[in-house]
Design a binder for this molecule. Structure first.
Ligand code: ADP
Length: 701
């Protein structure tokens, strides 16, 4: 029985020596005016008051742009309960609290919000000083000493929960964008509910304050979920009325067949005929679509007369580096009159792009969907829900009356479903089950979740985790499983990383390169548009392509790129390799190497670039592919007599995606890392394997 823990609230020694004197009026004075104009500003005292005393939980509902993400952490950070305290946990004296965590579903949101709040508070982002703002996202951490407010992705908070189940460094956790209902946020909600209803022994008796924020008013489910057992007091709810100007909605009269063309036409129609100022925000499905639209728009701009006002194109998607994202949030650069932001659905509620008066909505979004009969997760471009369409429309009316052009008919709009299902009901729950197991929750069914995934997908996840060696026969977590849960990559990739240092494979640096490349974005190779370009580029690409397939082609590309000493931009241009992805890949490689050094998978720091390129031997290639089988041995397909490929799990017919170097080729057996479902069922990131490796991989477990 642990000793009752004592809070030394009044002991001067336990207080921070110099509590930072920061009031919300500090910081950048020019930004203060706009902060005061935010709808949430008037609720400042109410928000503070509602978390003082015994109440530890607050639910805030307010439209996108009402100031939740930027202001609430600043309101709370000077509260007396937010100081770091010394507390007794069992027989140790430990520090508890002092920081505020605020979670975001996407890395773009976490980093841009951190930058914005740092500016508002007048502390440079990442400055090592008391009361500053930091962020932590996958492969990028900026949390110096003295950080008070930390923006982080949901995945990062889950990792912290595994390391410290009581979240001891925090006084408060703010869960933003809960309406998105990602798998991760559902898990976080479950863990926070457990902390809130627990005995606080692990926190030395010091409560954790929790603020849940949503941009949509549909919060009954959340309220019911958090409502304490046998208590009649409901969860405190604060509703903020937002500002919204009228938005004129225009549908197309006929269904659109070529989205790119319709988009281009609409953009220039606005640019040439609608009054200034007013930027354009276009919602597209993903990185590839955004990049090809960007090229088309820029090409078209070249053909315009010199007296036509200049149009600046800013892409905005999750994988983009922070520097590249910034353009979207700044006023159009000098010399440009209007900007058009090409965004994925991250601009729906996650981030606010200032200056927008015109929205173009393609009506689709890429969503992950788990097809449990296939046992695999697919990325699909699917029709959005009405609720998303309304959110997108709303982006045009933030700063004044606006217009929204929907690239679909009003009949299509009427046929959209009201809202999306929570991700946990349609996604692979592999990561979620692993996280729960690693957190010591053996009986998954007992964990509090707002929505419970169907048993079939949980079972699939358990079997898959067992295949990966993450779970023992009795279903408990193994040492391997614990490691996989803490890697910032999904479990199958983590398994490959662990296998890579086994002596029979011994290919860790290569595996890191491949994973870095894959994680850096949609596709490192640009699609080749015309035949003419194709011939020339394919000639250059010859030295990159490997007959074994995509992952070894990535590796060669990465190694040749890193070996390139002269002009890397030119190198990428000639081969139509995505320079943004390559830069990001090098960054991820650095992070992964760092993690492997820390975890002692790597024993020494690899030599710096440029290293001379050494061609890979066929034996080495086999080792690498076999190593990948440790993680993806369940994702294989065999060539059928009719020349189609049939997956070994689910016996499903698939084709090799056109983006693969193996497209159109017939091989005895293939291993694939991804599955997409567009017009047909495609596999991506494909490699040639030998059929007997599949048996080997299955027997190894
Ligand atoms: P909410 O969380 O309610 O959607 P935010 O706190 O994110 O609202 O945004 C409030 C306001 O702060 C926005 O309307 C915008 O004017 C400003 N803002 C937020 N982020 C940025 C940024 N990165 N750059 C410039 N202004 C920003």
């Amino acid at each position: 029985e642990p000793q009752r823990d004592v809070i030394k609230e009044n002991d001067p020694q336990t207080q921070t020596p110099h509590p930072p004197k920061r009031t919300t009026s500090n910081g950048d004075p020019s930004l203060l005016k706009s902060r005061k104009a935010l709808p949430i500003w008037a609720h400042q005292s109410e928000i503070k008051a509602s978390l003082r005393g015994d109440n530890d939980l607050l639910l805030i509902v307010g439209e996108t742009g009402s100031g939740k993400s930027t202001q609430v952490p600043q309101f709370l950070c000077d509260e007396p309960w937010c100081r770091r305290k010394k507390a007794q946990v069992q027989s140790d004296t430990v520090n508890v609290g002092g920081m505020i965590a605020i979670t975001q579903p996407r890395r773009v949101a976490a980093t841009t919000l951190a930058g914005r709040v740092a500016r508002e508070m007048g502390t440079p982002l990442g400055a090592s000083r008391e009361g500053s703002v930091g962020y932590s996202v996958r492969f990028d951490h900026n949390v110096p000493k003295g950080t008070k407010i930390k923006f982080l992705t949901e995945g990062m908070l889950l990792q912290e929960l595994l390391r410290d189940p009581n979240l001891r460094q925090y006084s408060a956790v703010i869960v933003d964008e809960i309406h998105e209902r990602s798998v991760d946020v559902d898990l976080i909600a479950g863990f926070l509910k457990q902390i809130l209803s627990g005995d606080k022994v692990g926190r030395g008796g010091i409560p954790l304050k929790v603020v849940i924020m949503s941009a949509t008013a549909d919060v009954e489910k959340i309220q019911t979920f958090f409502a304490p057992h046998n208590s009649r007091s409901p969860v405190r709810l604060l509703q903020i009325k937002g500002r919204q100007y009228p938005v004129e909605i225009k549908h197309t009269s006929k269904p659109v067949t070529d989205i790119q063309e319709a988009l281009l036409k609409q953009i220039f129609d606005i640019h040439l005929h609608e009054p200034l100022p007013g930027d354009i925000l276009a919602f597209l499905t993903g990185q590839e679509e955004i990049e090809s639209a960007q090229r088309l728009i820029e090409e078209y701009c070249e053909t315009l007369a010199s007296d036509v006002p200049k149009l600046l194109v800013c892409p905005l998607y999750g994988q983009l580096s922070i520097q590249a994202q910034q353009n979207a949030f700044l006023p159009a650069k000098k010399g440009f009159i209007r900007k058009v932001v090409l965004a994925t659905n991250i601009a729906e509620t996650s981030v606010t792009v200032p200056g927008v008066r015109y929205v173009i909505d393609c009506g689709k979004a890429k969503v992950k969907q788990f097809r449990s009969q296939l046992g695999m997760e697919s990325l699909l471009a699917k029709a959005i829900s009405k609720s998303s369409a309304i959110q997108r429309t709303g982006r045009a009316g933030r700063e004044g009356p606006g217009k929204c052009y929907r690239l679909y008919t009003s009949a299509t709009y009427d046929s959209l479903k009201e809202a999306d299902l929570p991700e946990i009901l349609r996604n692979d729950v592999l990561g979620a089950v692993l996280t729960m197991k690693a957190r010591g929750i053996n009986d998954i069914l007992s964990f509090p979740l707002m929505d419970f995934p169907d048993i079939e997908s949980v079972e699939k996840a358990l079997i898959h985790l067992h295949f990966l060696g993450a779970l023992a026969d009795d279903g408990t977590i193994t040492e391997v499983g614990r490691k996989l849960a803490l890697f910032p990559i999904s479990a199958p990739y983590g398994r490959v990383l662990l296998a890579a240092r086994e002596p029979q494979y011994d290919c860790l640096l290569e595996v890191i390169d491949i994973i870095a490349c894959i994680t850096s974005g949609d596709n490192i190779f640009h699609q080749l548009q015309s035949e003419e370009v194709r011939e020339e580029v394919e000639e250059y690409r010859k030295e990159l392509y490997r007959r074994e397939g995509d992952i070894l082609t990535y590796l060669t590309t990465m190694q040749r790129y890193a070996a390139e000493n002269a002009d890397r931009i030119e190198w990428c241009k000639k081969r139509k390799v995505n320079i943004r992805n390559m830069k990001q890949a090098l960054n991820i490689r650095k992070q992964l190497r760092g993690i492997c050094l820390k975890e002692k998978l790597l024993t020494e720091t690899p030599p710096p670039d440029p290293q001379p390129f050494v061609p890979m031997s066929p034996e080495r290639a086999i080792s690498l592919l076999k190593c990948f089988m440790k993680g993806f041995g369940t994702k294989c397909a065999l060539l059928a007599p009719d020349s189609s490929y049939v997956t070994i799990q689910g016996k499903h017919v698939v084709a090799i995606h056109p983006s693969s170097v193996l497209h159109g080729q017939k091989r005895e057996a293939i291993m694939f890392l991804e599955h997409v479902f567009t017009q047909r069922s495609y596999v991506k990131k494909v490699s040639t394997i030998q059929a007997d490796w599949i048996v080997e991989a299955m027997e190894g477990h």
